[in-house]
Ligand binder design. Sequence first.
Ligand SMILES: Cc1cc2nc3c(=O)[nH]c(=O)nc-3n(C[C@H](O)[C@H](O)[C@H](O)COP(=O)(O)OP(=O)(O)OC[C@H]3O[C@@H](n4cnc5c(N)ncnc54)[C@H](O)[C@@H]3O)c2cc1C
Length: 443
Amino acid sequence: MSAFRSLSATALRACARPLAVSRPAIRAATVTRSLGAIRTFTSDALPTPIFHLTETESMLAETVDRYSKDTILPKVRDMDEAEMMDPTVVSGLFENGLMGVEIPEEYGGAGMGFGEAVLAVEYLAKVDPSVSVMCDVHNTLVNTVFLKYGTEAIKKEFLPRLATSDVGSFCLSEPASGSDAFALQTKAKLSEDGSHYILNGSKSWITNAYEAGVFIVFANVAPEKGYKGITAFIVEKGQEGFEIAKKEKKLGIKASSTCQLTFDDVKVPKDRVLGEVGKGYKIAISILNEGRIGIAAQMIGLAQGAFDNAVDYVFNDRKQFGQSIGDFQGLQFQIAQARVEIEAARALVYNAVRVKQSTDALTAAGESNKGFVQEAAMAKLYASQVAQKVAGSAIEWMGGMGFVREGLAEKFWRDSKIGAIYEGTSNIQLQTIAKLLQKEYKR
Ligand SMILES: Cc1cc2nc3c(=O)[nH]c(=O)nc-3n(C[C@H](O)[C@H](O)[C@H](O)COP(=O)(O)OP(=O)(O)OC[C@H]3O[C@@H](n4cnc5c(N)ncnc54)[C@H](O)[C@@H]3O)c2cc1C
């Protein structure tokens, strides 16, 4: 079921306006799930389906869907071939408020919530998973770290830029530390006068790095303390000693930049530390836990995009043996099965969003809660599996037309492979789920 089906008439009317125009309306209509609402939901109120969106979420989904189809879709094939994001796409994301979804209005953002950020990622991915991951990393990783861990001075300086002009990157992985992220080797040494840190090392696989102006860089200030020396620093494009060493050529999400970075005596002022010195590992763990829900959303958007593209062809365009290929039961059953799996994955993703929102509310109220780590891991694991399966089947449903680079079927499948790799591989998600199960069941 498409999320749009739950749109109210008012929301639909508002969505008929361009996104930029409807943003104030979106803000005014923002509905946050209060602690009370969550409790009611679990007691005697009429249960709502997991696909039920708030009015703001519905409007956001609708407007992003229309914006992506009208503005991004015509550029997708060229961007993939050129392995480069069109700068007008990047500026369009900023102009339409999609790079500051959760940044409060006082800092120039859209002042919305996590649900809206995840929906933006999902609906962009229906058209282009590359654009989607740019928006995802920027919003769910970079902006969230600044919002949660930045001092007021840092927020005032960086949030308006992140909301309106500067793309952000999240730099954790290194040549020798992928799944074992805290084995990172990049070091930060405090200068003799104590005014700044000096960063040396390198980072691998950094999304958005080619376009980014602001980088969150994890480095170790005390390697002898192991992961307890890891600290998050703000580095800016153009700083002396900081370079993009290589832009990777990839199988999929080709328009999304993925770069190797080097740091050669890069000076970072002492006040450009995010959170506490030595607590960067906690930042990385907590941000990646919620970031995973964003990647899961990217994968269900991708699956839906691949499905829509192929099913439209099957039912409307192609005839064999004198009839539409969509009239063959053999194809119909495969399509029906795929639909079920997409819906199941979407239910896991939306549930992870709601559990995260209730976790945030309970934590803010000082109440204990079980968190959302398992829900996020399950959502990412399954959504990436479904994306890969559906995007692969979609090629077969289209025959030769699915295999050529004229359409988008083959691209969706290439793009789907990354879901099982970044922000924790599928094995790492299984490990997370298994560890929690062990805690739950072991006597
Ligand atoms: C396109 C792209 C974009 C990325 N963007 C970013 C970014 O913006 N920022 C960033 O910091 N990083 C980024 N990454 C890095 C990404 O998070 C890592 O690639 C990922 O964590 C896996 O690390 P690895 O590639 O070193 O694989 P490895 O860790 O070497 O894993 C290889 C295989 O071993 C398995 N494995 C490893 N450990 C275990 C274990 N304990 N149990 C079972 N199996 C295990 C894995 O599941 C995998 O199958 C990106 C990567 C890619 C490809």
